[in-house]
Design a protein around this ligand. Structure first.
Ligand SMILES: Cc1cc2nc3c(=O)[nH]c(=O)nc-3n(C[C@H](O)[C@H](O)[C@H](O)COP(=O)(O)OP(=O)(O)OC[C@H]3O[C@@H](n4cnc5c(N)ncnc54)[C@H](O)[C@@H]3O)c2cc1C
Length: 380
């Protein structure tokens, strides 16, 4: 036995680190186990919304200035552009800026926050087995860790999830694929000053061109069951951008949960949060906020469960139902409305949506308004 803890946290991404920080601050004995050596790379556009900033403030008690002063924000811009294929359909300005982080720096910062709060960090330790009923895991190097509870925050390919009885068919049905390339800004054929979205080249997905500090991040994401010629579509797009010989650029891809969230991610003494539970917004694929927030909800539920000798699920699930699932459900409805209507009306549906409601749509992405009828959104 390598360690007995109150809570074992599998995976030190945003979901695991935020949970570990909260539990360690409350005085619980916590271990984060991650297969990577930090700082580690993570394929990601790095866009963070206003609700993400507010959640960082809520969890870590650091205000916006503090987050910026810590060097976490790489780039920010309030403007955005939406294109149908190569034709621009809207330039807009958001009431709050879109911000961009470098995940290598951001995730390491959050992991160090958890360590400083007292969480024990075990990196380069790959979890290979889990007993979800007993909250026990085994690593590749034969270490065994046991907790009162196990939190599975080990991302989209979660090993913990493989050992719990979840609906594998439903999970597979709504998986998306992504490819992303990071260019040095000087090598990109043109200057990119704010985020750009390109729709109309995929049945259920989109292409993004994001600015970053001295970089340009170009990515494509699409629902697997609706996708044909994924790589070719991306190559053609890069050519229209003026990228020469894009086939020679090494490509990196990663799966993305895209509407396959698990409605009841609690199994025995094990709880899933973040990507491991598919908790990602299924139109734009925003996941950093959902990882931080569901990591927080899971940690607070476990803390309450241990203190009151109750099942944490009874605190975790109602909070997901009240605050998280409505966003996922309504963003999923909006995506099918937009993606189906683009087949019939080409760019017109997007043009109508973005031209009539530019501010409200930006507020919806930022979490100021809900995906549910654009009502004002209150987060707890
Ligand atoms: C191409 C792409 C672009 C994206 N762009 C954005 C964006 O711009 N904005 C946004 O909000 N979201 C974006 N996302 C989604 C976002 O990256 C994820 O939703 C987010 O990282 C989820 O955080 P997490 O903590 O749940 O998991 P992760 O960040 O994936 O962390 C999981 C951790 O678990 C560890 N782990 C995995 N398996 C094991 C194991 N067996 N044993 C031990 N450790 C393990 C990993 O090393 C990792 O550190 C993007 C995703 C992709 C693929």
């Amino acid at each position: 036995m390598s360690g007995k803890f109150d809570v074992i946290i599998a995976g030190g991404g945003p979901a695991g680190s935020s949970a570990a920080y909260i539990l360690a601050e409350k005085g619980f004995k916590v271990a984060i186990i991650d297969k990577a050596k930090f700082p580690r790379k993570k394929l990601c556009g790095g866009l963070i919304t206003d609700k993400t900033m507010k959640t960082l403030e809520k969890i870590y008690g650091c205000d916006e200035k503090n987050i910026i002063d810590n060097g976490l924000i790489d780039y920010e811009a309030a403007e955005y552009s939406v294109y149908y294929r190569e034709h621009k359909i809207q330039d807009g300005t958001s009431p709050v800026p879109f911000r961009f982080v470098n995940r290598e720096i951001f995730d390491y910062f959050l992991l160090k926050k958890a360590a400083n709060a007292g969480a024990q960090i075990f990196t380069s330790e790959e979890i290979v087995h889990c007993n979800y009923q007993d909250a026990e895991i085994k690593t590749k190097s034969n270490k065994i860790f046991k907790g009162k509870y196990l939190l599975g925050t080990d991302g989209v390919n979660s090993t913990i999830r493989k050992f719990v009885p979840y609906d594998k068919k439903a999970w597979k049905e709504n998986m998306a694929s992504t490819i992303e390339i990071t260019f040095d800004a000087k090598d990109y054929p043109r200057e990119v000053k704010w985020p750009e979205l390109y729709i109309g080249c995929l049945k259920a997905g989109y292409i993004w061109v994001f600015p970053a500090k001295d970089k340009v991040v170009v990515g494509i994401g699409s629902l697997n069951r609706c996708t044909t010629n994924f790589k070719a579509t991306f190559m053609n797009f890069l050519k229209t951008q003026g990228v020469e010989n894009p086939e020679s650029i090494p490509l990196h891809g990663f799966p993305l949960p895209y509407g396959n969230y698990i409605k009841d991610p609690c199994y025995g003494r094990t709880i899933l949060a973040g990507d491991a539970a598919g908790l990602v917004e299924p139109l734009f694929g925003e996941g950093i906020f959902y990882a931080l927030q569901t990591g927080r909800y899971a940690a607070e539920a476990i803390a309450k469960g241990i203190s009151e000798n109750k099942n944490p699920a009874q605190f975790y699930i109602p909070r997901l139902q009240k605050y998280i699932f409505p966003e996922i459900i309504y963003s999923n409805r909006l995506r099918w409305t937009l993606f189906y209507s683009q087949r019939l009306l080409k760019h017109i549906s997007f043009k109508i949506a973005f031209k009539s409601l530019p501010t409200k749509l930006a507020e919806m992405i930022h979490g100021i308004r809900s995906y549910k009828f654009l009502l004002k959104k209150y987060w707890d």
